[in-house]
Design a protein around this ligand. Structure first.
Ligand SMILES: [Zn+2]
Length: 104
């Protein structure tokens, strides 16, 4: 489900995973499992957020690719932020691999 082939490597090399808060476009949690996700970025700036840790061999689980990642929002009352993701762009992958991506 990559948005397209990587302009730099052919296959996106997703790295620098950072834990981020994840919510839908109304600011609500998407699911208990997907309250946080790992943000991976490729050198071409393509991003993917996964609820699993595919870089360690874990399943990708719930995920959203570049096209579904909207603005991140900072919430002053909790001094934290989250990434807005429309529910319709969330997919599930019950393995640690995804065509077009390499997790490192
Ligand atoms: Zn790339």
């Amino acid at each position: 489900m990559a948005t397209g082939p990587c302009a730099l490597y052919g296959k996106h090399r997703m790295k620098n995973s950072v834990l981020v808060g994840v919510r839908d476009t109304n600011g609500n949690y998407i699911s208990n499992e997907f309250r946080t996700g790992q943000l991976f970025t490729c050198g071409c700036n393509d991003r993917i957020i996964t609820s699993g840790s595919p870089n360690t061999g874990d399943y990708i689980r719930s995920y959203v690719t570049e096209g579904g990642i909207q603005a991140s929002e900072w919430v002053y009352s909790i001094a934290g932020g989250y990434w807005k993701i429309p529910k319709k762009y969330i997919y599930y992958q019950g393995s640690s691999t995804l065509p077009g991506y390499e997790f490192m």
